[in-house]
Ligand binder design. Structure first.
Ligand code: NAP
Ligand code: F7E
Length: 318
């Protein structure tokens, strides 16, 4: 039986990855921060199957102890301050968790279990003000937010530990991926939650920022499979994971409202408070390498994703 340690177990991806690994017979440890009130909503059905270890990416003592305790074959570093918008409001905190936190994790592994395989959750936000389209593994980075900058650091320190210490360390450059478990701050879930509330008469207006930006959106359940595949290869490497399609926020909004028979223009209000100091205008990934080497293919398309999220949010309020 293989053993995995997942940081960020309470988040969107942590929950899908835990499900996948449990299905495959893994023993799963989850690193979890102490919270004053419960935040186990995403993993409520798995609570008895996961062994939780208390820890924080900023505290290397807790990470070293977690690795010593779990003795994992595979470590998936999914924990981060992951909300781009807040990274301007908390730039130092974001750097400490999303950037330096990766080094803390790598050092803990180097000290306690150097043969463990390591996955780092890198991001398409590293491409930012894109230098070529579509973006692939060789596209230079140009991050546009403190979050993006921190992820570039996390990416390169992962590559550096692989090259310096011969560690099996991979970096997945994942484009936006969503699901009914997406945090409510992110635009997709904010929209689908609002559509459900508007349909049910609980809310009337939806305040949004820039609806012209374009993203390559996939389904989180498909993307965690790619993380796992990366750690099953003979050699560690970095991969772009994306659908190869891009859509505007406006298209997402249109499909979500139409799905419940509403006209989005009667409800959406453009609100400057949700505009960003610097925007990533377009992201479009080229997943050819992952398709060829990992035999990975996304199963859920854009329209199915939007409808799945709206349907689940409607159900949540019934
Ligand atoms: P998420 O839902 O925001 O989950 C983040 C997780 O990190 C939560 O479990 C959170 O715990 C934990 N965390 C935050 N700060 C921590 C700290 N200091 N120490 C320990 N744990 C901490 O994010 P996600 O969408 O699942 O994304 C997973 C990872 O992939 C993140 O690193 C994200 O930056 C990256 N990524 C995401 C996407 C995407 O489109 N979803 C794309 C590319 C890369 P709490 O519950 O306690 O807050
Ligand atoms: O914004 C625009 C916003 O916050 C998407 C994270 O998982 O993916 C995510 O980062 C777009 C942006 O995600 C609102 O300006 C308009 O252009 O859903 P988002 P993100 O910034 O793309 C990457 C790959 C990650 O790695 C990150 O961790 O939507 N937008 N109006 C809005 N965005 C938000 N949040 N709220 C609005 O009201």
């Amino acid at each position: 039986m293989k053993t995995a340690l997942i940081t960020g177990i309470t988040g969107q991806d942590g929950s899908y990855l835990a499900e996948l690994l449990l299905e495959q017979g893994y023993k799963v440890y989850g690193l979890k921060r102490r919270t004053a009130t419960p935040n186990l909503e995403n993993i409520k059905s798995l609570i008895n199957e996961i062994d939780f270890i208390s820890g924080d990416l900023r505290d290397i003592t807790s990470l070293t102890e977690a690795v010593q305790l779990a003795k994992p074959d595979e470590i998936y570093n999914l924990a981060a301050q992951s909300f781009v918008g807040d990274s301007w409001r908390q730039p130092i905190y974001t750097g400490e968790v999303t950037g330096l936190g990766v080094t803390n994790m790598l050092e803990a592994i180097r000290q306690a279990k150097p043969d463990a395989r390591f996955y780092q959750a890198s991001s398409s936000e590293m491409f930012g003000k894109v230098l070529e389209t579509p973006q692939k593994e060789t596209t230079p980075f140009y991050p546009r937010s403190p979050y993006g900058v921190a992820k570039v650091y996390g990416h390169w320190i992962t590559v550096n530990y692989r090259e310096s210490y011969d560690m099996y360390a991979c970096s997945g450059i994942l484009f936006n991926h969503e699901s009914p478990r997406r945090g409510i701050d992110f635009v997709t879930r904010k929209v689908t939650d609002a559509v459900a509330k508007i349909k049910l008469g609980i809310q009337d207006k939806l305040h949004l920022g820039n609806i012209d930006s374009k993203r390559d959106w996939g389904f989180a359940g498909d993307y965690v499979k790619a993380m796992w595949l990366m750690l099953q290869q003979d050699e560690p490497d970095d991969y772009v994971i994306a659908t190869g399609e891009t859509h505007t926020v406006k298209e997402f909004v249109e499909i979500a409202f139409e799905h419940v028979g509403l006209n989005w223009q009667e409800h959406v209000v453009q609100d400057p408070q949700f505009m960003r100091p610097a925007e990533v205008d377009i992201l479009l990934g080229d997943p050819s390498k992952a398709k060829q080497k990992l035999k990975w293919e996304p199963q859920i398309n854009f329209e199915q994703l939007v409808k799945m999220m709206v349907d689940q949010d409607l159900e949540n309020y019934h």
